[in-house]
Design a protein around this ligand. Structure first.
Ligand SMILES: C[S@@+](CC[C@H](N)C(=O)[O-])C[C@H]1O[C@@H](n2cnc3c(N)ncnc32)[C@H](O)[C@@H]1O
Length: 306
């Protein structure tokens, strides 16, 4: 065998096989991590467990505009920490009905892009932007934010075919994650994934709950404060500010969101008696959630930057 052929046979071919194997393992890992369907991802973010509730969510949430994060707190923190002296490019991932984006566009010089899985939410977000006179600075689109983020990945073997687009795509000054839970993974994964679309002096605003240090409470989707702090640092970022939602504000927000939601679920129980268990289960989950939000965890909006 000639030297080049031997080299190809002994080194290059095994290396290619190894790379293919690593690629397969990598794809399997990513698929496993993101293996929730879009319906499951949305339902988990809306504190449900049964994906069959998915088609009913627009009906159940028809009375609610602010579906999680406090727009006032987001605006306050953005004013304090976002880069100054330029029009901000904002991306609101899991924007729901656009309450945060619309508030930011009303109060700050910025352009917002909101993405959410549910068409009816996106339609309402557009209507709200029109009603508040910011439609020229807010655009909303339906989609899976996990796919959007994956398309924007650079390096680490992620979406290699999309790398040129990702490297030239504009960076965002402000990334909003408003009460979406661990849709993009834990804090380390989320921040690492978002890093490539964050401007060098940009900020990430995260509305989320955490288990305070010293508490014995555990929850599969909620992390301990010290673990979150560790993951932020591991992702090469820092927590620069945080506004904790006080008990009164939390109770008021729960009343505004959960009461109408439970009323609509009861209406659906009457309309669809054959699905009684589905709506009853969702109400039960909401009641558990209220208890967790008010008594077991701390809810805050965090400001994270490099
Ligand atoms: C609790 S709501 C919060 C909405 C909004 N950020 C706010 O604070 O008003 C969570 C939102 O995340 C969206 N969501 C969850 N998983 C998603 C995914 N994979 N892609 C797009 N949107 C998603 C849901 O549709 C829902 O609107």
């Amino acid at each position: 065998m000639r030297r080049e052929a031997l080299l190809a046979h002994k080194i290059i071919l095994p290396a290619m096989k190894y790379a293919a194997m690593v690629g397969t393992i990598w794809r399997k890992t990513v698929k496993k991590k993101d293996s929730k369907s879009l319906e499951e991802s949305v339902v988990a973010a809306m504190d449900g467990t049964d994906p069959e509730i998915y088609p009913y969510l627009p009906y159940i949430l028809q009375d609610v505009w602010e579906m999680g994060a406090s727009p006032e707190v987001m605006v306050r923190l953005a004013r304090r920490h976002a880069p100054q002296h330029r029009e901000l490019a904002v991306i609101d991932l899991g924007c729901g009905k656009g309450a945060v984006s619309v508030a930011l566009a009303r109060m700050l010089p910025c352009r917002c892009l909101g993405i959410d899985a549910i068409d009816a939410f996106i339609e309402e977000a557009r209507q709200k932007a029109l009603a508040f006179g910011v439609a020229d600075r807010c655009s909303f689109t339906t989609g899976d934010i996990r796919e959007w983020v994956e398309r924007r990945q650079v390096g680490k073997g992620l979406s290699r075919s999309k790398v040129p687009a990702a490297t030239t795509a504009p960076k965002f000054d402000l990334i909003v994650l408003g009460a979406i839970g661990p849709v993009l993974g834990d804090y380390f994964e989320t921040l690492t994934r978002l890093s490539s679309c964050l401007a060098h002096d940009g900020i990430i605003l995260i509305d989320d709950g955490y288990i305070p240090d010293g508490s014995t409470f555990t929850h599969p989707l909620i992390q301990r404060k010290n673990e979150i702090d560790r993951q932020i640092v591991r992702a090469g970022m820092k927590l620069v500010d945080k506004e904790v939602i006080g008990t009164d504000d939390m109770q008021a927000s729960n009343k505004a969101i959960h009461q109408p939601l439970i009323r609509r679920c009861r209406e659906l129980m009457e309309k669809h008696p054959e699905q009684h268990h589905l709506f009853e289960g969702y109400i039960r989950k909401q009641e558990e959630e209220i208890d967790i939000l008010e008594n077991r965890i701390v809810c805050s909006t965090m400001v994270v930057k490099r």
